[in-house]
Design a protein around this ligand. Structure first.
Ligand SMILES: NC(=O)c1ccc[n+]([C@@H]2O[C@H](COP(=O)([O-])OP(=O)(O)OC[C@H]3O[C@@H](n4cnc5c(N)ncnc54)[C@H](O)[C@@H]3O)[C@@H](O)[C@H]2O)c1
Length: 356
């Protein structure tokens, strides 16, 4: 039986996530939340296959939605970035399993508030939504990195990311990434490095810098750390992993998934978007082209939501889905910490402090 949910955010990008939830097998939205009731009603009415009467069950707060629909067990949050932390705390304190799209927090203080609320509600699963680890190409890369038949122990690797993203959403409005500091790592980069954390866990150390580029045509005017960044990660076995990314680039060949190489004891892996190759002793032993991101990311989020629903219903991959996605937030913040202080950050010590 599908798990009853409350869906937060019904217009713009959030609207497609409601469609993904309706398309999922594991979830059934029983109520929606949005501060823009009129826009939300139009949004819910245009969802294909929405549960009957859902457009009459839209509220302005999660608390009111839960009061009216006590059966809701999970809450999926797709509101604007700057309200994520307070909405997550509200949802956890109502006893609901909670998934909120990245970044769940924009500061360390917000992250602490979330962790305190999660500790106060230990039966709940808390997930930072990251839709780019779920498509078949990303899943195959993870398999070759983690399982027998792939590269074996990782000895080193790299990821390159190059897009051009306009942070203007209208003549007078911009994405929060344009005015909230540090959102290159938490928003642009997290889409790639979440896949690394999902496969290999957290590195032992990270050293990072942000790009100082300001491109007013893209809305990059005030914020620190929004255009791009570089990072050097060091894993427990000494394996280095390097990252270089920009969203102030020009033509992008591989889009949001990035271009990757990994070197392992038993083989080497190369991935450009949906194209994956596995090499062993100089031979290309597998060459695959798999589905990368779907247009609109609705199928990507459908896959994510079904995995979250399964973690709630059966416990499958519960720790992995929670710990590795929170781990991505911690690693991205460790990159910001390193870029601010010009120091190498001990990620395990930093994670302990963030989760205290
Ligand atoms: N993972 C990805 O691939 C990806 C892509 C695009 C956007 N995003 C993220 O998804 C989130 C939503 O993006 P968007 O463009 O739809 O944002 P948005 O600012 O348009 O907000 C979405 C909806 O949330 C509502 N809302 C705002 N504050 C609220 C509150 N306090 N309570 C309830 N509802 C509230 C708004 O009225 C709006 O209808 C953002 O955090 C964005 O960064 C993720």
């Amino acid at each position: 039986m599908a798990i009853p949910t409350i869906h937060v955010g019904c217009t713009h990008f959030a609207h497609g996530r409601l469609q993904a939830q309706v398309n999922s097998h594991g979830f059934e939205p029983v109520a929606c939340v949005d501060i823009n009731l009129e826009g939300a009603k139009r949004g819910v009415e245009s969802i294909n296959g929405a549960p009957e009467g859902l457009s009459e069950r839209i509220y302005t707060t999660i608390t009111e939605a839960k009061e009216k629909h006590a059966e809701a067990q999970a809450c999926l949050i797709y509101a604007s970035t700057t309200v994520h932390a307070e909405l997550i705390v509200e949802s956890l304190n109502l006893g609901m399993h909670t998934l909120c799209v990245k970044p769940i927090a924009t500061t360390q203080a917000e992250f602490h508030d979330i962790i305190q609320a999660h500790k106060a509600n230990p039966g709940t699963i808390l997930v930072q939504g990251q839709n780019k680890r779920w498509n078949p190409a990303a899943a195959k890369m993870r398999e070759w990195l983690r399982e027998d038949g792939g590269i074996g122990e990782m000895l080193g690797g790299e990821c390159r990311f190059w897009i051009r993203q306009n942070l203007f959403t209208g003549p007078d409005s911009r994405q929060p990434d344009a005015y909230v500091d540090g959102l290159y790592f938490h928003a642009g980069c997290s889409h790639q490095l979440d896949q690394l954390v999902g496969a290999k866990g957290l590195p032992k150390y990270v050293t990072a810098q942000v790009h100082n580029r300001r491109d007013p045509a893209l809305g990059q005017i005030d914020a620190w750390g929004t255009a791009g960044g570089n990072a050097l990660m060091e894993y427990d076995n000494g394996a280095p992993f390097t990252y270089a990314g920009t969203r102030a680039g020009h033509m992008g060949a591989y889009g949001w998934s990035g271009s990757w190489t990994f070197h392992g004891e038993e083989g080497d892996l190369r991935r450009d978007g949906g194209h994956l190759q596995l090499f062993r002793t100089g031979q290309n032993i597998e060459d695959l082209t798999l589905q990368d991101l779907h247009g609109g990311l609705i199928e990507d989020d459908r896959l994510q939501f079904d995995a979250f629903a399964e973690a709630i219903a059966t416990g499958k991959d519960r720790e992995w889905i929670q710990d590795s996605t929170l781990g991505t937030w911690i690693l991205m913040e460790a990159c910001n910490e390193s870029a601010r202080t010009h120091e190498r950050v001990d990620v395990k010590v930093f994670a302990k402090k963030m989760l205290a």
